[in-house]
Design a protein around this ligand. Structure first.
Ligand SMILES: *Cc1c(COP(=O)(O)O)cnc(C)c1O
Length: 383
């Protein structure tokens, strides 16, 4: 084999790909255990469900762990899960596309609609996957400035009025991503803001409304965009089984869209992008809405408590309607992040999002939050 020089291996790589900075996920529990020799580690870094998964999901997976289910390809159409989702949302199955996590769908949208000479628009401080999906297609990212840090109600939130203005100046934008609520800020947009923006978008520009945290929102604050799909065929809503349903490991998400968009999504996905067990787990998860209710209740109570406790310590807490809080320390948060790691608590540093003074912490169980607050006090005292 000839000794290829590294620059030979990159020279034909697409320019967009070369510009990508790989996504840094939350540190796995085992990794911190290995690194620091700690036995007792909690992870509040990836917005996973502190209740775990529904017992019904666990039972369904155990029952499904049979030779045939392992040996045979999955149902590539995801017929049963789509049928359940169609009933759950009151929408036709032809409007549903399943993904290997909702991340899959965000990438499909980019693959279909973005490319060289086209632009993808999203907010500053928006979910990192949007820029990754745009860059992988060598499309330009148009980053709309977020609300200022001193905004009265929604610091760092998506400014949808600015989205409208930017879009009017950028006819090359073919795809818009809006996270509502957004990760990593937890901020959200009102139904009026979302609707006001949709009304300004030309019908050939796709608007992806990423609703990964929808269920966590106070019903009085959240946007019910589903009924708008008829009026705005360019609207695509994405949801996930990773957060409220507690099956992040399974990788299951879906998009709700006009059937024409669903047809395009179906063309670019892998034929078997959801494995059999993910399909089975998602079906069982959807059936256990009692688990969903318990997850919402726990999150609502603990989010408020954590918010109070952090503010009592003089810290800045961004408004959040999700299952995490983003906390500002008014100084570099790295030493505090490190102090928490040393005490067996994994949270998410925000430097890669341009928020080096912030850490994002997932709302855990009461016991996990106690542990986090204790570790935080110790870390603050010693750094
Ligand atoms: C967690 C998250 C997702 C969901 O990711 P999956 O691929 O479904 O696990 C999507 N969007 C945002 C904003 C998220 O935070």
């Amino acid at each position: 084999m000839n000794a290829a020089k590294p620059n030979e291996l990159t020279r034909n790589a697409l320019p967009g790909v070369l510009g990508i900075e790989a996504y840094t996920p939350g540190m796995p529990v085992e990794e911190l255990q290995r690194r620091l020799g700690l036995a007792d580690v909690i992870k509040l870094a990836s917005n996973e469900n502190p209740l775990g998964a529904s017992p019904a999901v666990q039972a369904a997976l155990v029952a499904a762990a049979k030779g045939d289910n392992l040996a045979l390809y999955p149902d590539g159409s995801g017929y049963r899960l789509k049928k359940k989702l169609a009933t759950y949302h009151g929408i036709g199955a032809e409007c549903i596309t399943l993904g290997n996590g909702s991340n899959d769908l965000l990438e499909f949208l980019s693959r279909i609609y973005a490319g060289p000479g086209r632009a993808v628009m999203f907010s500053d401080f928006a979910f990192a996957v949007y820029s990754l999906a745009a860059q992988a297609q060598s499309a330009e990212s148009v980053i709309v400035p977020a609300y200022a840090a001193d905004h009265a109600t929604m610091p760092y939130g998506h400014d949808l009025a600015a989205f409208g203005k930017t879009l009017a100046q950028r006819p090359d934008v073919s795809l818009v991503f809006i996270a509502n609520p957004n990760n990593p800020t937890g901020t959200w947009n009102t139904p009026q803001e979302v609707l006001g923006f949709l009304e300004q978008v030309p019908p050939h520009v796709i608007v992806a409304l990423d609703e990964a945290y929808w269920d966590y929102q106070d019903p009085a604050l959240r946007t019910d965009a589903l009924p708008w799909l008829d009026r705005f065929p360019n609207l695509v809503i994405t949801r996930t089984f990773s957060k409220i349903y507690g099956i992040a490991s399974m990788r299951a998400g879906y998009a709700l869209s006009h059937p024409t968009v669903a047809d395009l999504l179906n063309r670019v996905r892998q034929p078997f992008n959801n494995n059999s067990f993910a399909l089975i787990a998602a079906e069982a998860a959807l059936d256990d809405q009692d688990f969903v209710r318990r997850s919402i209740e726990l999150n609502t109570v603990q989010r408020e408590r954590l918010d109070d406790e952090l503010k009592k310590r003089g810290l800045t807490v961004l408004p959040s309607q999700a299952n995490f809080l983003t906390v500002g320390f008014g100084r570099d948060a790295k030493p505090i992040h490190q102090g928490l790691l040393e005490r067996g608590v994994i949270v998410r540093p925000m430097g890669s999002y341009g928020l080096p003074q912030f850490l994002r912490v997932t709302v855990g169980s009461a016991a996990q939050n106690d542990r986090f607050l204790q570790a935080l006090d110790a870390a603050l005292a010693s750094s």
